[in-house]
Design a protein around this ligand. Structure first.
Ligand SMILES: Cc1cc2nc3c(=O)[nH]c(=O)nc-3n(C[C@H](O)[C@H](O)[C@H](O)COP(=O)(O)OP(=O)(O)OC[C@H]3O[C@@H](n4cnc5c(N)ncnc54)[C@H](O)[C@@H]3O)c2cc1C
Length: 359
């Protein structure tokens, strides 16, 4: 006898957790499968969510829809779980060069940017313990998800509901038919793959055009830096709690693994020494793997041949920001047949696969 459920979700990181929450809120019976032997990136994520990102002060993809949706999603969950894992931060952009300052001057005159920049900080030797030789600007709309707290609270909730199975998923045990999938003792309408970088070992999606990069973060203690304030300069200083901060992250496209490296440590330690005016104590280096598609957009939707196998992946360096919105888009596609916008749809890659019957 098989237990009949609606959907199996593979992965308990930000993607799988948000997907599971969305489906549960729609009264779907789900089973979330994840396992600690498969390291994830979500637990180490800084969880920062901002409308402007990158060295070129770029507006984040779909930020006008994605950011408000994520804010509401996490706040609702805080209320539901009576837990605290999401808050607004102060955020400063620390200019790296006079060119970046000039770029800011040009961008701030554009209509939409005006609402995202607050006060400009003049070039000076330091501001709140941070070197600011080219000045900086305070940003509007910066939020932070404490990803480990969020995931711990959500996994405890899934446990209470009895819909979580901590277990290494094996595709050898999966059967897929036209109308259902089955895995061990479960039969479901579909499998939703949210494995982050482990998609490299997923036989359905491994040949999609993913790109992987390793990122490292260095934790440090500095009692004088302001709480709930991030500084984005050559690297990003992320507030944690009670004098604990992180600096990150590095980008490595070769030898991509979840293992921290000496090189990563030296890079981050060097940046930290340059950014801070005072001494600090570093204490832990962690590493994760970002996963993106070649066009820098996430991917959601069905497999190009197996309509019962879905994916939500490619969250790259924006998992906290994008996961709630992508879960909603994929959920509405699966349950309500609402089309997925083409810029995030899995269909945009269908043309690269040779049809099965091609000679
Ligand atoms: C250094 C670094 C800093 C970052 N900082 C930020 C930030 O400040 N803000 C932000 O929004 N994003 C940030 N990100 C990005 C964010 O971490 C990712 O976008 C997000 O974690 C991706 O989530 P995911 O659920 O897709 O994958 P993951 O978190 O990797 O989760 C994958 C899940 O699948 C499970 N799994 C996979 N295969 C199997 C299997 N066969 N059996 C069982 N379980 C399996 C794993 O156990 C895990 O639960 C950062 C990333 C890195 C690397």
């Amino acid at each position: 006898m098989r237990t009949e459920i609606d959907y199996i979700i593979l992965g308990g990181g930000l993607a799988g957790t948000c997907m599971a929450r969305w489906l549960l809120a729609r009264q779907q019976r789900v089973l979330i499968i994840h396992d600690q032997t498969f390291p994830d990136s979500s637990y180490i994520s800084g969880g920062l969510m901002e409308a402007i990102s990158g060295q070129f002060l770029t507006l984040t993809w779909r930020h006008e829809e994605v950011l408000p949706y994520a804010i509401q999603f996490y706040r609702d969950l805080e209320n539901m779980l009576q837990s605290s894992f999401f808050h607004q931060n102060k955020a400063f952009r620390v200019f790296n060069s006079s060119e970046q300052y000039d770029l800011y001057q040009r961008k701030k005159t554009r209509p939409y940017y005006q609402s995202l920049f607050k006060s400009t900080l003049p070039a000076s030797s330091c501001y709140q313990g941070i070197h600011m030789p080219f000045g900086g600007v305070e940003l509007e709309a910066s939020y932070q998800l404490r990803a480990p707290l969020f995931l711990t609270a959500m996994h405890a909730y899934f446990n209470q509901l009895g819909c979580q199975y901590q277990h290494p998923f094996s595709f050898n045990d999966l059967q897929v038919s036209q109308s259902f999938v089955s895995y061990k003792g479960y039969k479901a309408k579909g499998l939703i793959c949210c494995e982050g970088a482990h998609v490299r070992h997923n036989p359905f999606f491994e040949s999609y055009p993913f790109k992987f990069s390793k990122g490292e973060l260095l934790d440090f203690f500095h009692p004088m830096l302001p709480e709930k304030t991030s500084f984005n300069g050559p690297k990003l200083l992320i507030p944690m709690s009670q004098g604990h901060f992180r600096i990150g992250s590095t980008y490595h496209w070769d030898n991509v693994s979840f293992l921290p490296s000496r090189d990563g440590y030296q890079t981050l330690h060097g940046h930290l020494s340059d950014m801070l005016t005072d001494s600090f104590q570093d204490h832990r280096l962690s590493a994760g793997v970002r996963c993106r598609l070649r066009d820098f957009r996430p991917i959601i939707g069905p497999h190009h041949q197996q309509s019962r196998i879905f994916i939500m992946n490619g969250l790259s360096g924006k998992g906290a920001l994008h996961a709630p919105y992508l879960a909603q888009q994929l959920g509405r596609f699966i349950l309500d047949q609402v089309p997925i916008p083409s810029d995030m749809s899995s269909h945009r890659f269908s043309h690269i696969f040779t049809p099965l019957n091609a000679t």
